[in-house]
Design a protein around this ligand. Sequence first.
Ligand code: GLU
Length: 420
Amino acid sequence: MMEKSDFDSDLFRTALAQLDRVAQRLDLEHDIHERLRYPRRALVVSVPVLMDDGKTRVFQGYRVHHSTVLGPTKGGLRYAPDVNLGEVTALAMLMSWKCALVGLPYGGAKGGVRCTPRELSKRELEHLTRRYTTEIMLLIGPDLDIPAPDLGTDEQTMAWMMDTYSMTQGKSVPGVVTGKPLIVGGSAGRREATGRGIVYALYQATRRLGQNLQGLRVVVQGFGNVGSVAARLLWREGCLVVGVSDVKGGIWNPRGLDIRDLEAHVAESGSVAGFPDTEPLTNTEILEQPCDILLPAAIGSQIREDNADRVKATIVAEGANGPTTPEADAILRDRGVTVIPDILANAGGVIVSYFEWVQGLQYYFWRESEIVSRLQEVMSRAFNRVWALGAKEGTDLRTAALMEGVRRVAEGYRVRGLYP
Ligand code: GLU
């Protein structure tokens, strides 16, 4: 076992603790367990950018491949002020379990640049993205590692990455990223995929718990690509969306919010804050409001030891990666709260990324209805497997999902063996 880890961070410690617990349950061989604990490779890059004020600023960037045993690596790129090597490594590890769990032929990867995208101009963001792409060029490619959007990045970021990579190849290489704009090889339904996947997971969970989505009260933390789509689709399903928040704060109305009007308000003002007929709440208060379903879809470590007791929801669906700390997870488990873990709940994004990649490789694009029905099929199958395993093993859904994901990756290591 490595003595002192270069990947030390809260999230990495959490990811390791999860893996170690599951390895024991699965009775994993020591050598495979040991290999799973560390990333295959990690690249740290400096990203110098000429800023609008004429000064050059150097940003820190990362790209980590956790495991390559099941195929090329896949995972998002995040722009956030606290990104570090340990966090990116932990997220890459989660991608390995997530892809394996839903049956995609991918290993796990993640990338990040430590920056505050809100404070950068469009020109600065473009230069940052292009230089970062150039610096990690060694590690990416359509059959090597395929980035996608994550926190703080979007379709435009992917278009710049794809263009930068393509320029060095002298041809268009759409398969190098997913989550691209439609016009340059993006997939119908990719933007909505994560939110839609969450709704399918919730549909399955409520059905199993003898409930019906209609009429259930929902609170959503985070109104970005994941939270806003999930809120809209759940509202359309007849849920009462009683609370929503974004980086500027939260809003609350126990009679339910009109999500279409809220979206118009956000488009105009840039935030959910100040939406008429609502009470203002902070981002932490929103987690503690009375509701049936809580959807943390913002950033990591939001449900912690100090507030997990006050979560009133009976179902938590993790739209974000790592929103619940292990201590909070134990508290929720003891209280009988059903937690649909990140690697299952938010897998819709990478599932449709896979569809986009396949379509791009074949130069043949599917109708949105086909994407949606295939996504539903993959999500439902994964959910059923996790639910059945949880029942068989007498575990919560997170343990079951991790067991299934880790087991598959471990099987890959087992049959491929150790080189040389
Ligand atoms: N960033 C998303 C995730 O955490 C999507 C990754 C992808 O599409 O490759 O799952």
